[in-house]
Design a protein around this ligand. Structure first.
Ligand SMILES: [Zn+2]
Length: 316
């Protein structure tokens, strides 16, 4: 009887809440672990109309369940201010390039392809042969902001006309420009495409995920995305595994050559089979939570000579 009374007394005075901290500094309290995801999703919603490649947090907040006094405030505003400082959004669009130089950007690959096709019909092949399409990424949207199809076509037409005019004057040799982005290749294998659009919830190495789950020595990168989100191959290669593999659930492994492999775990559906050749950007599987996963996400690993390395050194 006494015990029950004590329980009731504790219940009246205290409440279980999650203490949220960043780098060991307590920034506030939330009633549910989902509140953090919800806040991040709300911030991301403000970016409507822009193509988001992925969302990362400078520091992933840690949550600790505690019995706290009911009168303790969640400090909602301070918490949101602190969290907003942590959010990094990486945008993506498609560049139309000439001689490897990006001239304009559009929002979809199909749109870029249509423009290139139309220009190729209008001008002689010797002027259009260096046209290219690349998926580009930036955390500064202004650097890659998309224009509409008509505007993009006008820009490219003007460039091609200039090439045509200068062709009548001086012959110049084109110089292929190296990518300025340092983090996009490993051992000569270029990761042209980010496998999934979503929120990075756990990183490589000894870090725990927001819910306190996940292994202490994490061999990959976790990117949360909803069930059925397409997963794209990061680079071209040959599928060496496509099936169920213990904790990683439904897994795809692609061998890219030069000792480089990529792993895609917890998939809900596998779209490729062993021996199949894939290109960067091919839809190889769908996001799920098979194996040991608490929520829908892609577990992505990069292996160099059979050793898992930090994917964020090369991609994301
Ligand atoms: Zn993982």
């Amino acid at each position: 009887m006494g015990f029950i009374l004590i329980c009731i007394a504790i219940y009246i005075k205290y409440k279980p809440k999650y203490q949220v901290s960043i780098n060991k500094d307590i920034i506030g309290y939330v009633n549910s672990a989902k509140d953090i995801d919800e806040y991040i999703n709300n911030e991301v919603k403000k970016e409507e109309g822009k193509n988001i490649a992925f969302i990362d947090l400078k520091n992933i907040p840690t949550l600790k369940l505690e019995l706290v006094n009911r009168s303790l405030e969640n400090k909602q505003e301070e918490l949101e201010t602190e969290l907003s400082k942590q959010i990094i959004i990486e945008y993506t669009n498609y560049a139309i390039s000439i001689d490897g130089k990006n001239k304009t950007y559009v929002a979809s690959k199909e749109e870029a392809q249509k423009i290139v096709d139309e220009i190729e019909k209008e001008y002689d092949e010797k002027y259009t042969k260096n046209l290219g399409i690349t998926q580009v990424y930036s955390d500064n949207y202004e650097q890659i902001s998309a224009v509409n199809k008509k505007e993009a076509k006008t820009i490219i037409s003007k460039e091609i006309k200039n090439i045509k005019q200068s062709d009548n004057k001086v012959k110049t040799t084109s110089i292929k420009l190296a990518s300025t982005k340092k983090k996009d290749s490993v051992n000569g294998i270029k990761f042209a495409v980010k496998p999934v659009t979503g929120i990075i919830t756990s990183r490589y190495g000894g870090r725990s995920s927001p819910g306190g789950f996940g292994s202490t020595n994490h061999k990959g990168l976790d990117i949360a995305a909803s069930l059925g989100t397409p997963i794209y191959g990061a680079a071209s290669g040959t599928v060496t595994y496509s099936g169920n593999k213990g904790e990683l659930g439904n897994l795809v492994i692609i061998n890219h050559g030069n000792g480089v492999e990529t792993y895609y775990g917890h998939c809900s559906k596998l779209n490729v089979s062993v021996g199949q050749k894939v290109k960067a950007g091919d839809n190889i599987a769908l996001v799920g939570k098979t194996g040991s996963a608490t929520g829908y996400h892609l577990h992505f690993e990069v292996h160099l000579n059979k050793v898992a390395v930090n994917p964020q050194n090369y991609i994301y």
